[in-house]
Design a protein around this ligand. Structure first.
Ligand SMILES: Cc1cc2nc3c(=O)[nH]c(=O)nc-3n(C[C@H](O)[C@H](O)[C@H](O)COP(=O)(O)OP(=O)(O)OC[C@H]3O[C@@H](n4cnc5c(N)ncnc54)[C@H](O)[C@@H]3O)c2cc1C
Length: 420
């Protein structure tokens, strides 16, 4: 579908992702004439891949916990979350024929386990009130006159509209549509961009031994950054070794912070506790308890009862123990090193995997230039924002889609209400 340049349009939405579609459906339901420009050949390409195709669409966490999860910028979410909290998001989809279920870990999925159903519900909601979507419609510029929005320029010409909602996403997974062009549009309109870095992506290590353990998972691990001022509690959950380093929820969740430090030229060391229930004192006591009954057994075999076998081997090597060394043969300082490594294993991070592997973008349009209770630009009248294009990113677990839906809802309503 293409739009006619003479069409009377109240609100133009840039981007048919979850934020843009929710904004379009909300504004259209309030009686506004809404058009959505989407540069890809179909809407919601990224949404279809979320949660491995199952779409972890929100979380069972409380509103306060959600604000905390978004960290330094969390308070900005308050207005949008009050407007459309997770319970309301679930009701919206249930009413659209997509009931949801919460897992024990708080992740909320459609009962059907199909991201397609979530996208279809959004498309139906937009369509019901006449919001129309033009695909292959690449917006090149937000057109203004005297600081007031008047429309957009696309590859095919100009489209007039007194309100524009920029919901063009970030830079992650560019093949799915959001290639950073939303940032360029905002900057051209006068907004400040907080440097985007990939987040929720695996980390690459200087050490090569993780490759030997590729596929091995530490089920109950803790990951923290070895740095003054960094959280000592770190992030908890399963850590996965990969061919190039480490991944798994706690690594992904800490990766944005790591990427920002690396981008600032800092050296980053991660400390991975393979078993969160054991510190060095407990490991030392373990070795002492083993001495009498198992002193003649190879240490790596003893450790393999407590940790994945491959890791037990690597830890013994790192402690400078000869292959097959028994507990009785180990020197005191070797056992001390081993106890420390078993408690927390240092890894030097050289890089975060790039935009093709990052689920979200850290950075984006500066929040100080956007009013949190309307999501309207403080610089350009009639311009609103929704979703990942703003400088906000949450952890794994449905937090980012919660923000996309809640901000889309708020931007759609306030853009509609701001018109005479
Ligand atoms: C593999 C993967 C899995 C994920 N899984 C989850 C999950 O399970 N739960 C969760 O909460 N989050 C998940 N996320 C994150 C979540 O998908 C994003 O945070 C969310 O999609 C952001 O929504 P958005 O509408 O702001 O942006 P997007 O979904 O990126 O949508 C923006 C749209 O704008 C279009 N666009 C961009 N520029 C232009 C332009 N100039 N003109 C016209 N159109 C334009 C794009 O083509 C795109 O369709 C996942 C991300 C990835 C990559």
């Amino acid at each position: 579908m293409t739009f006619m340049s003479h069409e009377q349009v109240d609100i133009l939405v840039i981007g048919a992702g979850p934020a843009g579609l929710m904004a379009a459906a909300t504004a259209a339901a309030a009686g506004r004439r809404v058009r959505v420009c989407e540069r890809m050949e179909s809407p919601g390409r990224k949404l279809l891949t979320t949660g491995g195709g199952r779409c972890n669409l929100t979380t069972a966490a409380s509103a306060d916990a959600i604000l905390v999860a978004f960290g330094r910028q969390g308070r900005f979410l308050q207005g949008a979350l009050r407007e459309f909290p997770p319970a309301a998001i679930r009701e919206f989809f249930a009413a659209a024929g997509v009931p949801t279920m919460a897992q024990e870990d708080g992740c909320v999925f459609p009962v059907s386990q199909r991201a397609r159903d979530v996208l279809d519900a959004l498309l139906c909601a937009a369509d019901r009130y006449g919001a129309r979507i033009a695909c292959r419609c690449d917006v090149r510029k937000i057109v203004r006159c005297n600081g007031v929005v008047t429309g957009v320029e696309t590859a095919d010409g100009f489209l007039d509209a007194p309100r524009v909602i920029l919901a063009a996403g970030g830079k992650s997974y560019p093949a799915l549509g959001s290639d950073g062009s939303g940032f360029a549009l905002a900057v051209e309109a006068g907004h400040t961009l907080m440097a985007p870095v990939p987040a929720l992506a695996p980390l690459m290590t200087a050490e090569t031994w993780p490759a030997r353990l590729a596929g091995v998972v530490l089920e109950a691990a803790r990951v923290r950054i070895d740095r003054k001022g960094a959280s000592r509690e770190g992030r908890l959950g399963p850590v996965l070794f990969t061919h190039r380093g480490v991944s798994g929820p706690p690594v992904l969740n800490i990766s944005g912070e790591v990427a920002a430090l690396l981008a600032a030229g800092e050296k980053v060391r991660l400390l991975v506790a393979p078993r969160v229930d054991r510190d060095a004192t407990i490991w030392r006591a373990r070795f002492d308890a083993w001495r009498a009954p198992f002193g003649r057994r190879a240490l790596h075999n003893l450790l393999a009862g407590e940790l994945p076998r491959g890791l037990a081997q690597v830890l013994c090597e790192q402690a400078d123990l000869a292959t097959g060394a028994t507990l009785a043969q180990a020197r005191r300082e070797q056992l001390e090193t081993l106890a420390r490594l078993c408690a927390e294993l240092p890894l030097t991070i050289v890089r975060i995997e790039g935009w093709d592997h990052a689920m979200v973008t850290r950075g984006g349009v500066a929040l100080r230039e956007v009013a949190p209770h309307t999501l309207q630009s403080r610089l350009v009248s009639g311009l609103f924002f929704a979703g990942e294009v703003l400088d906000l990113n949450g952890p794994c677990g449905g937090y980012n889609l919660t923000w996309a839906f809640a901000s889309g809802r708020l931007a759609g309503r306030s853009a509609g209400e701001s018109m005479p």
